[in-house]
Design a binder for this molecule. Structure first.
Ligand code: HEM
Length: 135
């Protein structure tokens, strides 16, 4: 992805945090309902904290797609925390994460379009591959 592509993804992401309810709130509604195992995994989660961490985690994913060092550094943390030895997130669950994020982006970015769908697909696929390869 070139600089211009990354700029478009970053702007799209910022537009999702303008209203009272934002992309991350919407994301967890969809993600938890997407699979019964997933709701179970988050039954003891402090969502105030989790939402802040995910907001930052998606920023990491964007930086990772951009190819900057900080992106590798922070995605590496998630790659470790989600592996078999830690919270043990099997790679089969990542498509639920991706679909939940894409549907929330469509809902919360008022300027979402086909080009952004393609750019977000590339950003998310790259990050998910890196995280799930560490399983
Ligand atoms: C590539 C996509 C994902 C990203 C960027 C992401 C990001 C994060 C972050 C930043 C945290 C908190 C800090 C940490 O543990 O590292 C977290 C925790 C967690 N994630 Fe993910 N995650 C992803 C995919 C998933 C999937 C697919 C699942 C389950 C199906 C999942 C389940 C969890 C759980 C259970 C926690 C711990 C919640 C708690 O502390 O109670 N994550 N995730």
């Amino acid at each position: 992805m070139n600089k211009d592509d990354i700029r478009k993804v970053k702007r799209s992401y910022s537009r999702c945090f303008i209203g009272d309810k934002n992309l991350i709130d919407g994301f967890y509604d969809v993600f938890l309902a997407s699979h019964p195992d997933i709701a179970e995994m988050f039954k003891n989660t402090d969502f105030m904290q989790q939402k802040l961490l995910l907001r930052q985690g998606i920023n990491c994913m964007i930086m990772f797609a951009e190819g900057v060092f900080a992106g590798n550094f922070c995605l590496e943390e998630i790659r470790i925390s989600h592996n078999k030895k830690h919270i043990n997130i099997h790679p089969n669950y990542y498509p639920f994460w991706k679909n939940s994020l894409l549907s929330s982006l469509k809902k919360y970015d008022p300027q979402f379009n086909d080009e952004l769908l393609e750019l977000w697909n590339q950003t998310i696929d790259k990050g998910i591959k890196y995280i799930s390869d560490g399983y």
